[in-house]
Structure formats: structure tokens, C-alpha cells
Design a protein around this ligand. Structure first.
Ligand SMILES: *Cc1c(COP(=O)(O)O)cnc(C)c1O
Length: 366
């Protein structure tokens, strides 16, 4: 029996030869492919600046640092996300605050964000769940009103559109962070990127990515550098960047197939699923369905060769987060969603025959 996971990378010969070319070149890291990848991301998203990093978690960390977020501040994110969206707040010493989701999209609710704003709030981190953009106009209005930074966690959402902008254009935010982990829409193995239109943030991000080192044009000696803040080694390699450049060329093809698969499931399954808003044209990363007995469904699916995944355990219920006083019951919509969600296979290499087979197996479980 063919086994299907919920996600899988799509790598072809052109990706492989792009990586081979770098391996035969002089620069495995800190070379020309990084800049080229960053420029391609700028071209695709419409953002002015891009900083490639070792993974999206590192990207979220230095994006949070670049806002000056620190102990005594608060930042707000969604409970329905991967750990990184909240962990990046904790890395800075600030306090993570959650705002409940909208039922129809599982995205953070702007009204709920507003309810949790205090005079300590400094940053909002909306997460574009499953690839669908949050309501960014509403979120940026709240941010302007309260003088907050907005960092978009777009780990799921490269290729997605919000109104007439690309996610990553930062038309409604200060920075956007992408992930190129193999389950995400395009991959570099491990990897991430931050986009911004703000030169000052861009320069901070470049320094934080590489130990806090600065090299200025007016430095007398070419070997000179100054470390002005504590940074990290969060650099991407040229090997990864070359794979990223090659993958980015296929993003729109991947998007088309991902949307076809979602349409097919929507039409043929008859199981409750998330809704796409009018403002969205998502490059879907996940296809979560909502089932009554999720535990039962999960194990029966395994027996049927479907290795599915639950996205996500609400972050505020993790043992680490109880130290901030969070407990089960705090975010009822997120917890209700979690009790029913399970993600079906969604990746471009699924054929129509695969989809028929997956639907047949899902119907056997239901
Ligand atoms: C995958 C993911 C991340 C982390 O990405 P990495 O590149 O693995 O660090 C962050 N946020 C969300 C929502 C994710 O799905």
C-alpha cells in the first residue's frame, strides 16, 4: 500500500544541478548566491530588502530583537502555530501573550488582539495559518493606533496574496519571516528569510545574523570590523541559497497545483474544512479538516497508509508556557479547533490518481 504523509518536498534535476554547481565553486558560504537569492525574494514579494537566515526560528528571533523587544515588554501571537512564533518572544526576555483565533480560518482574530493590548505591548506576530494571510489591514490599523511593530510569521505563506499584495511585501507590516523547511512550500533543507522595507531594520538584521559585526565604508583598514551588539551565527549557506533560487522559480507552479488539490478536496470530501476569505489568494501549505473523533481518525488513517499530522497543539498549553500563568480553557476557540483538526496530504507531486485514492481511504475512515 502506498503511504502518504501530510507534506513532502518537490525536488527535480534542475534543483540538484544548482546545488552541484555551488559545490564545485569557490564559495560554500558567504558567497554570491546569498545576495542573488535575497534579490529574487525581493523581486517576487515586492519588498525592498531581504535577509536570508539559517531557519525561520532564527529569523523570528532577530526580527524580534531588531524591534528592541526585551524584558518587561509584551508581544502578541496566535496559540494555533508552531512553537517558534511564541518562543522568539521568550528569547528576548519579553512576555508572550496570545490572542484567540477566528473559527473559519484558524487565523489570529484582530478583535482578540485588541482585547489583549496593554501599555507593555510592543510587537504583534500574526501567523498566516495554512498559507492564508491574516486580515493584515485590520492588524496594521491596530498597530498604528497603539504604536506597535508587526512581524508576519509567513512560514506557511510564501506565494500567497493578500488583497493586491504578495505576502512578504510588508505593505502592512515591518518585517515578514519565511521558512524553507522541507515540509514548507519551497525548501532549502533548513532555511529562512526576512523581508522588510525599512533600511534601519535591514541593517540591524544583517548585523544580528552575523555576530553583531559591522563593517562601515569609512573604516580605514579592510580587515576592520566592530561588534556593536551581541549577535549570532544565523547565516544561510550558498548551497542552500542556490537550492532556494531554483525552488523559487517553481513557486507559482507549486501554488497552482496546491490550489487545485484544495479545490478537489473541498468539492469531493464533504468534510468540514477552513474557509478562504475574499481578500485571500493563498498558496496553501496545509489542508486541515475538522473531525468529531480526531484520535480515532488519526489511528485509523495510519492503518490506511495516511500518516497525517495535527497542526497544532495550542502553544499556551505547553508545559513551558504554564510559567506565564496560561492554562487549558484560556483560549476556547483555539482549543476547540485543536480538538478536531487533522491535516490531509497536500504537496504538488500528488497526482489525480493519488487524490482519488486518498479520498477513498478517508471515506473508509469517516
Ligand atoms: C515551520 C514554522 C516555523 C519555523 O520554521 P523553521 O524554518 O523550521 O525554523 C515558524 N513558524 C511557523 C508557523 C512554522 O510553521
Amino acid at each position: 500500500m502506498i503511504k502518504y504523509g501530510y507534506g513532502h518536498q518537490t525536488i527535480d534535476d534542475s534543483d540538484i544541478s544548482a546545488v552541484m554547481d555551488v559545490l564545485k565553486s569557490d564559495y560554500l558560504t558567504c558567497g554570491p548566491k546569498i545576495k542573488e537569492f535575497e534579490q529574487e525574494i525581493c523581486k517576487y514579494t515586492g519588498a525592498k530588502y531581504c535577509v536570508a537566515v539559517s531557519n525561520a526560528t532564527a529569523g523570528l528571533h532577530i526580527a524580534a530583537m531588531a524591534t528592541g523587544l526585551s524584558k518587561g515588554d509584551e508581544a502578541i501571537t496566535s496559540p494555533i502555530t508552531f512553537l517558534s512564533s511564541a518562543n522568539c518572544i521568550c528569547y528576548t526576555g519579553a512576555t508572550p501573550v496570545f490572542a484567540d483565533i477566528e473559527e473559519e480560518t484558524a487565523n489570529i482574530s484582530p478583535q482578540e488582539i485588541e482585547r489583549h493590548i496593554t501599555d507593555k505591548t510592543k510587537v504583534l506576530i500574526p501567523v498566516h495559518f495554512a498559507g492564508q494571510s491574516c486580515d493584515m489591514e485590520a492588524i496594521s490599523e491596530i498597530a498604528h493606533k497603539h504604536n506597535l511593530y508587526v512581524i508576519e510569521d509567513a512560514a506557511h505563506a510564501i506565494g500567497s496574496d493578500y488583497k493586491d499584495t504578495k505576502v512578504g511585501s510588508c505593505a502592512y507590516s515591518d518585517m515578514t519571516v519565511f521558512s524553507f523547511h522541507p515540509v514548507k512550500t519551497i525548501t532549502t533543507g533548513e532555511g529562512g528569510a526576512i523581508t522588510t522595507n525599512n533600511k534601519e531594520l535591514y541593517e540591524k538584521l544583517c548585523a544580528l545574523r552575523s555576530h553583531g559585526m559591522h563593517k562601515d565604508k569609512d573604516m580605514v583598514e579592510t580587515w576592520e570590523y566592530e561588534m556593536r551588539e551581541l549577535g549570532y551565527n544565523y547565516r544561510m549557506t550558498d548551497i542552500q541559497a542556490a537550492l532556494g533560487i531554483s525552488q523559487l522559480k517553481k513557486l507559482d507552479v507549486f501554488k497552482k497545483r496546491r490550489r487545485e488539490i484544495v479545490d478537489f478536496y473541498n468539492k469531493n470530501l464533504g468534510i468540514k474544512h477552513l474557509q478562504e476569505r475574499k481578500y485571500s489568494n493563498a498558496c496553501f501549505h496545509l489542508y486541515p479538516i475538522l473531525v468529531k473523533n480526531r484520535r480515532d481518525f488519526y489511528f485509523k488513517a495510519r492503518e490506511n497508509g495516511l500518516n497525517l499530522q495535527v497542526h497544532y497543539i495550542p502553544v499556551h498549553t505547553q508545559p513551558y508556557y504554564t510559567r506565564f500563568g496560561y492554562k487549558r480553557g484560556d483560549y476556547p476557540k483555539a482549543e476547540q479547533y485543536y480538538s478536531q483538526c487533522i491535516s490531509l496530504p497536500l504537496y504538488p507531486s500528488l497526482t489525480d490518481t493519488d487524490l482519488e485514492e486518498i479520498i477513498k481511504r478517508v471515506k473508509e475512515i469517516e
